[in-house]
Design a protein. Structure first.
Length: 131
């Protein structure tokens, strides 16, 4: 039995959508008392609305109160084996065409999804995104 969760997410669009929903649910559960939910800040779709289906990002959210954002990149277990890496960086975002560009702090987590990597990622996301 494999240690990987949603192992075939890159080859099966249905599994990809389930994995994506799983991530959004896990992050929402971190802050159930928030009056303003965390929201995406990066597009994960083509112009026609179709998902990228590439795992980058599988999920992304920003805490607008703190200006901190987080992006999870889920990689293929076949290509990466068990893998986990995270880092922080400053990125520039333009919320819309009329708004000026702003700099935000972003946590990027790249992983292959196992129970262990999920636990580690959730702990990092909770610490990073808290108010």
């Amino acid at each position: 039995m494999s240690d990987f969760l949603y192992e075939h997410f890159l080859v099966d669009p249905r599994v990809y959508r389930v994995a994506r929903a799983f991530w959004f649910k896990k992050i929402a559960q971190l802050f159930p008392e928030r009056s303003e939910p965390l929201s995406p800040y990066l597009s994960d779709r083509f112009g026609n609305g179709a998902l990228f289906y590439d795992g980058n990002p599988i999920v992304n959210v920003i805490n607008r109160q703190t200006g901190k954002a987080a992006r999870v990149i889920q990689e293929s277990p076949e290509e990466f084996g068990k893998f986990y890496s995270s880092w922080e960086q400053t990125i520039s975002l333009q919320p819309d065409a009329e708004s000026p560009t702003v700099e935000i702090q972003e946590k990027v987590i790249t992983l292959t999804l196992t129970s262990d990597s999920l636990e580690k990622a959730i702990a990092e996301l909770q610490e990073w995104l808290k108010d």
